[in-house]
Write a protein that binds this ligand. Structure first.
Ligand SMILES: NC(=O)c1ccc[n+]([C@@H]2O[C@H](COP(=O)([O-])OP(=O)(O)OC[C@H]3O[C@@H](n4cnc5c(N)ncnc54)[C@H](O)[C@@H]3O)[C@@H](O)[C@H]2O)c1
Length: 287
């Protein structure tokens, strides 16, 4: 995408973390911003702060796992700004535990937000971008947030890994599908490693109906959560750094956005093991 000024960006999970950083980065280019998030209080706070910094912001409370919410997000965007050019399907949550320890509700919640959120975002917004491109040659871009957990399979986060591998598959396929019909609408795949954000506390926004009040977490699950909190907090690359990389990739029409150089050895190890027919090494132990 070459022009940003006065164009419209929709960013899910935009109330905090990576989503907010992307919103602020694209607002600096003069884009109009639509923030979508399930957390109404954080959404209002972020929108107010961005507006007082001079950004044009529409805030739409949205649960991305619900198709009706994503459809009304698109309607609200078009009603307010008349068009949409950039869509960042970014909202995500990350419960932990051995594969068999994740409850049915853990799976439903994780796949609902991380995978169905992206499916709904693409299903609802790609036709709008394609129609604009067909009518007037307008450029569009979709950025889907996966994770390095979509390229490797670290232990203790099965539901998250499954959701993120699926987002990688969906977005690579989207790239090919778009290329078959237009050069005006493109997509990128964001795969960060640890970045200090609220991801280790994503339980804060779990809907009541998907909570497990009677589920007692194992010692191992608690240790995994503590480990994730430490790893996320000590991440050396900030959300603003990631947002800068996203902006550059959209501007330069690059698909893969891998923000953490050191994790590439674990991705290479997975591919080597796979092609050699070897059993998978623990990606967190690969240096
Ligand atoms: N921070 C990291 O280390 C890291 C690493 C790799 C990938 N990611 C991915 O980055 C994305 C953003 O996460 P983050 O790190 O900024 O975490 P975060 O918790 O700071 O932000 C996530 C946002 O998504 C919102 N959200 C949660 N459920 C939602 C729903 N159902 N509908 C709409 N919004 C919802 C939250 O309210 C929050 O504002 C996620 O997809 C996450 O998996 C993060």
């Amino acid at each position: 995408m070459k022009s940003f000024h006065d164009r419209v960006a929709v960013i899910t999970g935009g109330a905090g973390g990576l989503g907010r950083a992307m919103a602020e980065r694209f607002a600096r280019e003069g884009m109009k911003i639509v923030l979508a998030d399930i957390d109404a209080a954080a959404l209002d706070r972020t929108a107010a702060e961005m507006r007082s910094a001079g950004a044009r912001v529409l805030a739409v409370r949205t649960d991305v796992s619900q198709s009706a919410d994503v459809e009304s997000l698109a309607r609200a965007t078009l009603a307010e700004f008349g068009a949409v050019h950039l869509v960042a399907n970014n909202a995500g949550v990350g419960p932990l535990g051995a594969v068999w320890e994740s409850t049915e509700r853990d799976w439903l919640w994780t796949l609902g937000v991380n995978l169905w959120g992206v499916i709904h975002g693409v299903r609802v917004f790609a036709p709008i971008l394609l129609e604009q491109a067909a009518k007037s040659g307008t450029e569009g871009h979709i950025v889907n947030t996966a994770s390095v957990a979509g390229l490797i399979s670290p232990p203790g986060m099965g539901a998250y890994n499954v959701s993120k591998h699926a987002v990688v598959a969906l977005t690579e396929t989207l790239h090919h599908d778009l290329a078959r019909c237009t050069d005006r609408v493109r997509c990128s795949l964001l795969c960060p490693a640890y970045v200090p954000t609220g991801i280790a506390d994503s339980e804060r926004n779990r809907p009541e109906a998907l909570r497990d009040p009677n589920h007692v977490k194992s010692e191992e699950q608690r240790a995994l959560e503590e480990g994730l909190r430490k790893a996320v907090q000590s991440g050396k690359i900030s959300a603003a750094d990631v947002a800068e990389r996203v902006f550059e990739a959209v501007r330069d029409e690059r698909f893969y956005i891998l923000t953490h150089e050191r994790i590439k050895s674990a991705i290479a190890a997975r591919m080597e093991d796979l092609l050699a027919g070897a059993n998978p090494r623990n990606p967190l132990a690969v240096r």
